[in-house]
Design a protein around this ligand. Structure first.
Ligand code: AMP
Length: 220
């Protein structure tokens, strides 16, 4: 099997996490979600978490230098030799350049960038209803995926909360940040001929099927 170095691109709430986990189960490639890594660091109150928290709570990106080294280390790890799935990274042009530089050092390159396209209105609907388990980050939605008991995680019984960055004014800020800082990466990767665009407004299983089809072609 050729190596598969994958990037999931799309606005917050486009379903990158859901799709990333499914591809991770399919492909047995390590899945690195920078949002999860950063939230874990905030929970554990590490130095990284302490530096990142104020940016995240505002809906801003954390500075590139806080996140680039973390990803560089992971893609250079033993478990990522056959490839990886990145979710939430790169999110700026300097991050994309740093990823290319790191892969270049290793004699590798990005195999495919999967853009999951969703409108701003749909993002607001999805993120506004999202509820997250306080202990482990398990995710629910008041409308699309409610827990069995309102406000309680089915898996570990801990309270479900609205993440600070899922509050309405912060959602709008995150979308503005996406359009300004991350959307230029669509053209960046398109110019390299590795961009694949899928319509993310459909059922998650339909999106997964389309992604599987694309990757079957990339990996063959
Ligand atoms: P996410 O769960 O991917 O939406 O990420 C949550 C928050 O973590 C974002 O709103 C940013 O504040 C921060 N974050 C995640 N990934 C990155 C990144 N690659 N660069 C900068 N900030 C990031």
């Amino acid at each position: 099997m050729p190596e598969l170095n994958l990037v999931l691109l799309g606005p917050p709430g486009s379903g990158k996490g859901t799709q990333g986990e499914r591809l991770n189960a399919d492909l047995h490639l390590p899945y690195y979600a920078t949002g999860d890594i950063l939230r874990g660091a905030v929970r554990d109150q590490t130095a990284l978490g302490k530096s990142a928290k104020e940016y995240m709570d505002r809906g801003d990106l954390v500075p590139d230098e806080l996140i680039v080294g973390i990803i560089a280390e992971r893609i250079d790890s033993e478990e990522a030799r056959q490839g990886f799935i990145l979710d939430g990274f790169p999110r700026t042009t300097p991050q994309a350049e740093a990823l290319d530089a790191k892969l270049g050092e290793l004699g590798r390159e990005v195999s495919s960038v999967l853009l999951i396209d969703v409108s701003d209105d749909e993002v607001v609907r999805r993120l506004g209803g999202r509820r997250t388990c306080e202990a482990e980050g398990h995710v629910y939605h008041v409308e699309f995926n409610p827990p069995k008991v309102e406000g309680v995680c089915d898996i570990d019984g801990s309270p479900l909360i609205v993440r600070d960055d899922d509050k309405p004014d912060v959602i709008r800020k995150r979308l503005a940040t996406y359009h300004e800082k991350t959307e230029p990466l669509v053209a960046y990767y398109d110019a390299k001929g590795v961009l694949e665009r899928v319509d993310g407004a459909r059922e998650p299983s339909e999106v997964t099927d389309e992604l599987r089809g694309i990757l079957a072609a990339v990996g063959s």
